[in-house]
Write a protein that binds this ligand. Sequence first.
Ligand code: ARG
Length: 590
Amino acid sequence: MKKIIDLIKQEITSAFVACEFDEKYGMVSLSNRPDLCQYQCNGALAAAKEYKKAPIMIANDVVAKLENNEMFKEIIAVMPGFINIKISENYLASYINDMASGENFGFEKAENPKTIVIDYGGPNVAKPLHVGHLRSAVIGESVKRISRYVGHNVIGDVHLGDWGLQMGLIITELKKRQPELVYFDESFDGEYPEEAPFTITELEEIYPFANAYSKEHPEFKEEAKNATFELQNGRKGYVALWNHILNVSVTDLKKNYDKLNVSFDLWKKESDAQGYIPDMVKYLKEGGYARISEGALVVDVKEETDTKEIPPCMILKSDGATLYNTTDLATIVERAELFNPDAITYVVDKRQELYFEQVFRCAKKTNLIGEHVKLTFLGFGTMNGKDGKPFKTRDGGVMRLENLISDITTAVYDKIMSNREISEEEAKAIANKVGIAAIKYGDLSNQAAKDYVFDVDRFTSFEGDTGPYILYTIVRIKSILNKYKEVTGVDTIAVSEILPATCESETALMLELTKFGDTITAAFAENAPHRVCQYIYDLSNAFNKFYHENKIIANEDEKVRTSWIQLITLTCNILNTCIELLGIEAPDRM
Ligand code: ARG
């Protein structure tokens, strides 16, 4: 379906043309004075210069052409030359009915679906998920869902960090603790045990310990580096251990992501790209793209127009070791080969922005990836505590994601239990859904690049711009619909029509509903889930105002009643679709 604002624009434009003004003056926008009108056109002011005519005269001419147009309830020219527009209730209702009966509420999917890889999550093996990983997962998941809704072929890749020194540290520490394990026996050539020699809990203790220990003990660190090197060169026992570390870690990660309603199409790892490195290095050297600088292999990526210093992209260290860069470039090569994507979007902490700028430039400049492939860095800000500093536990440690989730679900649980009679079990199930919504909405409602303050009280409030408020609105509508079903025995009423609005709050609700398509288009174009949040907050407010001003089920006029039931069903469906795009689910009651 065409956007309502574009339909209005069409009419206004033809009126400008009919008055012999250029069509470009027929622009229409949402009104910035909703008390006066719903839409406005300021084209007459712009046209005045070209036609050397007072803007109000131009506006008057245009309006005269539209006086009997059925689309408008009111269209007037006001000083100094604005055109104020209200659309007719009939027109609005017919648009809403088309939305209700159309697929995807009339939203038209992309005509040329693109293949988009989204790189998000980015957890590191054997390190517990912390709040820093939360944002990537939450934002990436939503961007993926929005892009998919628009009709694109989207591949979400977790891009697991499994190739760094952390592996060597764990292996070395294990060796110190349990030297008798077969993995360390170089002459062993049987089958390694199927079961890992540690649990996730042990693993999560081992890594931080080894990491801290290595800082104090250089010889241990040396040994860990060596182990990493041996692992990367295929030492059997280490590879077997690494597989155990990977499996134990991934099982745990999946459990955590599941709780967050986050899932990945691909569980690719940094190590998967390693096989692409030798050829890539050869290509960069032979193509004359790379040069040696102080023993290291680098590619220059600075450009004349740069206002800040962009250092060269390092491909190999002087000792021949590869870097994070090398892996990311090789992953680009791998993705190009496997998926032939039109775009790759990275959802990563914004502190890595310069780094990605180097990587992108390097990939483009050296033609590792085609000119047409759009590489986007979607950087997010830091989640801070109430003190404005990066979020920490009460005793100053790194906050684990699990604890964060349980803090918030407990807060919601207490609220639910204190408010009504409900079984503990049900309250828990509800608190889980509402808690996740509180976290995700609290995150997604901010522009991704901004830092934000994680505030349990505010996020879990049932009022204001919060996840729980949105869910509460959905639950409220569902309960009206259930009650209606109970009272009338009527379940499906899809045959009846939504009638023209009879009061202002109803018109306002309908106008909000019409903005669904624009919202999705903008959220996709800008990779901006916060657009969806803004929209459902406005829509929820519009619904609640309408609800407070009108008795829906108790309305005497049966026609109005069924029309309203249809209208709020549409509202509920749109809200549900939107929260799904955010990766949030609504409970049946709250
Ligand atoms: N594992 C990295 C980290 O924890 C994030 C990975 C981001 N994605 C990428 N392709 N580099 O910082």
